[in-house]
Every structure is written in structure tokens, then in C-alpha cells.
Ligand binder design. Structure first.
Ligand code: ADP
Ligand code: MG
Length: 254
């Protein structure tokens, strides 16, 4: 076990390899998360309807979505009134040339940025009505994100990367380890649990990202050019994996 400096309190602490903060800070964080969870989760859960059985036919809807970026005195209209209905369980590919607004749409649907006007509904909940905590709650539990550049954390092992979102969702440590292992096995990395990103190939890193996206059993996986940094064959394998997940678990994939 290594002695590392806790990034929160600067104490030298022995780590368990599970998270990067020391046990004391971890306990504090868990307490804060629990507290927030107790006071606010109920409302967010009510809003988002956290049942697996739900009647909403459309899991994502956008109406007149406009996004303008102001660059000095220039205005870039990245989205010009997007109306989109996406059904639960759908596997949807959005195609368009570079600069056509795909990532901008990804950011709106994923609650990572706000539209200039128009509305985005997730399970009929207007995202603009959610406060910061509710939005964080929704992003943590309802949406899994996959990026072109993988964006997994370099100092963490595959297992730590996959279990990280579970910490935010308040899962117990045993449950987390079990689920993390199961997910990594599901994406074909059962023998790479303790490898760090640099010790993995690009395709394997993206598999870690897929497993991480599934951490909290999201209803939607948003993938922004998930094969853009991979060779043709490896990219095809990632697409096959996403299709398989869509068919087998019914998760909506965009
Ligand atoms: P895509 O993902 O399809 O390549 P983007 O959504 O990244 O397209 O970009 C759409 C348009 O919006 C482009 O013209 C881009 O230059 C512009 N754009 C994207 N993000 C920003 C930003 N943060 N600030 C200003 N302009 C942006
Ligand atoms: Mg893009």
C-alpha cells in the first residue's frame, strides 16, 4: 500500500487504492452526499421518476433547441431549432460533418450546457426546471457519457475508473467492487481490472469508458464520436459492444 498525499487535506495517508482522497475526507464526503441525498434525492427522484417501469414513450425530447455562441461581435448559431423525439430503448446515430453541431447537441441533451432557447426534456422532465443538485443527480444516475478521447482518469485503475461514479451515487464499497468487476467483465476486460489507462490500448480504454458509463445503470448512454480515436476494426468492436448493450439491457444509446 502506498503513502500518498490526500488532495483534499494534504495529509499523508495510506490509500486502499479505492479512491484518491484519504479515509477521513472520504467519510466526510460520504456524509455530505448522504445528507444531500436525504434532503434532495426524493424531489429529484419524483421529478425524474426513478422506476425502471415507466410510461414515458419518449426518453428524450427537444423542442426548438437553439444554441448560439457569442465570439466577440460574431454569433455562431450551432443549433438552429432542433426538434427531436427519441424513444426509450432506441439506438440512434446522429451524423453530420465536423462543425455541424453534434457535440453541442450532446452537451444540451446531457445537461452539460444550457440552450440559448428551446427546451430539452428527459423523461418528460424539463431540464431547465432542475436546480444544480437535481441536474447533478440526473447526470449521475440517468445518463452515461462516452467521449471520443475516452476521458478516463489516468491515475486510476480500470476498476477505480468504473467505480468512481458509484461513489457519487452513494453505493457501498462491497457492492461497488462487485459491480465494477461485473461491468469490466461485460466489456471484455475481466483480466485488466488493475491496469491504468496508459497500460491499456485505445480500444481497451474506450471499453473502460463504456463500463464507467454503465456504472449507475443509466437510462441513456450518450456517446460523442466514440470511435473517432480508434482504428476501423477497434471502432467497429466498440460499436458492436454498444449495439449489444442496447439489445440486451434496453439502454437508449445516442
Ligand atoms: P460537431 O461536434 O458536429 O463537430 P460542434 O457542436 O462542436 O460540432 O460545433 C458546432 C459549431 O459551434 C461550430 O461552428 C463550432 O465552431 C461552434 N462552437 C462549438 N463550441 C463552441 C464554443 N464553446 N464557443 C464558440 N463556438 C463554438
Ligand atoms: Mg463534435
Amino acid at each position: 500500500m502506498a503513502l500518498v498525499k490526500c488532495p483534499k487535506c494534504d495529509d499523508q495517508e495510506e490509500t486502499t487504492g479505492l479512491v484518491t482522497v484519504c479515509p477521513k475526507c472520504r467519510a466526510d464526503l460520504t456524509q455530505v452526499m448522504d445528507q444531500i441525498g436525504r434532503t434532495r434525492k426524493t424531489r429529484a427522484a419524483d421529478l425524474v421518476k426513478d422506476d425502471s417501469v415507466t410510461t414515458h414513450e419518449f426518453i428524450v425530447r427537444t423542442k426548438g433547441l437553439i444554441k448560439e455562441y457569442k465570439m466577440g461581435d460574431q454569433i455562431v448559431r450551432a443549433l438552429r431549432g432542433v426538434d427531436l423525439d427519441i424513444r426509450r430503448g432506441e439506438y440512434l446515430s446522429i451524423m453530420g460533418p465536423s462543425g455541424s453541431g453534434k457535440s453541442t447537441l450532446f452537451n444540451m441533451v446531457g445537461g452539460l450546457d444550457k440552450p440559448s432557447s428551446g427546451t430539452c426534456f428527459i423523461e418528460e422532465v424539463d431540464m431547465a426546471q432542475l436546480d444544480a443538485f437535481e441536474l447533478a443527480w440526473l447526470r449521475c444516475r440517468k445518463i452515461g457519457y462516452i467521449f471520443q478521447t475516452f476521458n478516463i482518469i489516468p491515475v486510476m485503475t480500470a476498476l477505480e475508473n468504473v467505480t468512481l461514479p458509484m461513489i457519487f451515487a452513494g453505493m457501498s464499497s462491497d457492492e461497488m467492487m462487485d459491480r465494477g468487476r461485473t461491468l469490466l467483465e461485460l466489456v471484455g476486460l475481466g483480466d485488466r481490472l488493475h491496469h491504468k489507462p496508459l497500460e491499456l490500448s485505445g480500444g481497451q480504454q474506450q471499453r473502460v469508458a463504456v463500463a464507467r458509463a454503465l456504472a449507475n445503470s443509466p437510462a441513456i448512454i450518450l456517446a460523442d464520436e466514440p470511435t473517432g480515436n480508434l482504428d476501423l476494426q477497434t471502432g467497429k468492436e466498440i460499436i458492436d459492444l454498444l449495439k449489444e448493450l442496447n439489445v440486451e439491457s434496453g439502454v437508449t444509446i445516442i
